[in-house]
Ligand binder design. Structure first.
Ligand SMILES: Cc1cc2nc3c(=O)[nH]c(=O)nc-3n(C[C@H](O)[C@H](O)[C@H](O)COP(=O)(O)OP(=O)(O)OC[C@H]3O[C@@H](n4cnc5c(N)ncnc54)[C@H](O)[C@@H]3O)c2cc1C
Length: 299
């Protein structure tokens, strides 16, 4: 099918984008990489009156390291996160090292296929808010902050408040997602990501991300984060499973115990990709594997 008729504007500055969004309100949709919006328009699941193409706008595709965060511009394509770099405070651009520098490429390779990763954008994925999207799970697990601009203003939205339900975020129609702040995990963190999809490149049926902080003196976990996608309308954190990890030294038994709690903590619905019980089993397996990966063990 072809999309319903729409008007098209392609501003070349952020100010003009914000003016257009202010003017057209919920009749308008931002077009970024088009890898989700265009198929939805072709299937007539989305029928915007006006498309505001942000592809010509400068200033939205930078990555920089500031105050312990990596700021990822909304127009950064997925492929750039396969080998992330960041502008450092002294102006030099360097490969991003550390835990986040390893985690981003590990996650990026699961986002669709190469042509999708070459066009689709980080911000587009976050704004689209598919509950199984890898970047949404990462944002929720790491407590990312989303920077939303509107004419005459800016606000920062915590990931916990940003994802509201399937394909729905806290962004207002007149707001542009400009960037996302991701905390740079220190060297005392260990992170892992694991997903199950029916075919390589498909959206995950279930995906899990884990991040644990180790006490350098004892090797025990002092802080834990477990985020899961594919089990609810938004990516979720699993606080009961996180709590079982704190105070423990990472290892297969500890991971299995946390994964068991995680499986009991989710309440997925069944669909054509798998029953509720199957998804719960996948949560158990994905959480255990992500924890093992983070600990440097085979999953
Ligand atoms: C075959 C196929 C497989 C895929 N597999 C995966 C996968 O495994 N994992 C995954 O995560 N994704 C997958 N995708 C989706 C892909 O990652 C998209 O790139 C992403 O979901 C949207 O990014 P985009 O830049 O293409 O956004 P667009 O399609 O342009 O926009 C998506 C939505 O976000 C809004 N939007 C975009 N940018 C902004 C902004 N800056 N501010 C406000 N609103 C904005 C748009 O208005 C629209 O509603 C797949 C897509 C296809 C076609």
């Amino acid at each position: 099918m072809k999309p319903a008729r729409f008007a098209y504007v392609a501003p070349d500055s952020i100010e003009d984008v914000l003016d257009a969004l202010d003017r057209f309100g919920d009749e308008a949709k931002v077009l970024s990489g088009g890898q989700s919006l265009v198929p939805m328009m072709n299937f007539r699941l989305a029928r915007p009156e006006v498309i505001v193409d942000i592809g010509r706008v400068g200033g939205l595709d930078g990555m920089s390291v500031v105050n312990g965060s990596l700021t990822v511009g909304a127009r950064v394509i997925h492929a750039r996160l396969e080998a992330p770099t960041g502008a450092m405070p002294d102006g030099r651009t360097e490969p991003l090292g550390g835990v986040l520098g390893s985690l981003l490429p590990e996650v990026a390779r699961f986002v669709g296929h190469l042509p999708i990763r070459a066009r689709g954008t980080f911000g587009g994925s976050i704004a689209h808010a598919d509950p199984a999207a890898e970047w949404c799970i990462l944002a929720r697990t790491l407590d990312a902050e989303m920077v939303a601009l509107r004419r005459g203003g800016e606000r920062v939205i915590a990931a916990a408040d940003f994802f509201e339900t399937v394909f729905t975020t806290a962004l207002e129609p007149e707001e542009l997602l400009a960037a996302v702040h991701l905390p740079i995990l220190g060297d005392d963190w260990r992170a892992g990501f694991c997903e199950f999809s029916r075919r390589a490149g498909d959206f995950a049926v279930v995906a899990a991300m884990t991040a644990v902080r180790l006490d350098p003196a004892t090797g025990a976990i002092s802080e834990a984060r477990i985020g899961v996608g594919g089990v609810a309308g938004v990516p979720v954190r699993l606080p009961a499973a996180e709590a079982t990890l704190v105070g423990e030294v990472p290892g297969a038994e500890v991971h299995a115990a946390a994964a068991e709690v995680a499986a009991g903590e989710v309440d997925p619905a069944g669909d054509l990709h798998g029953s509720a019980a199957y998804r719960r089993d996948l949560v158990r397996a994905m959480v255990a594997r992500a924890l093992a990966q983070g600990a440097g063990a085979p999953g």
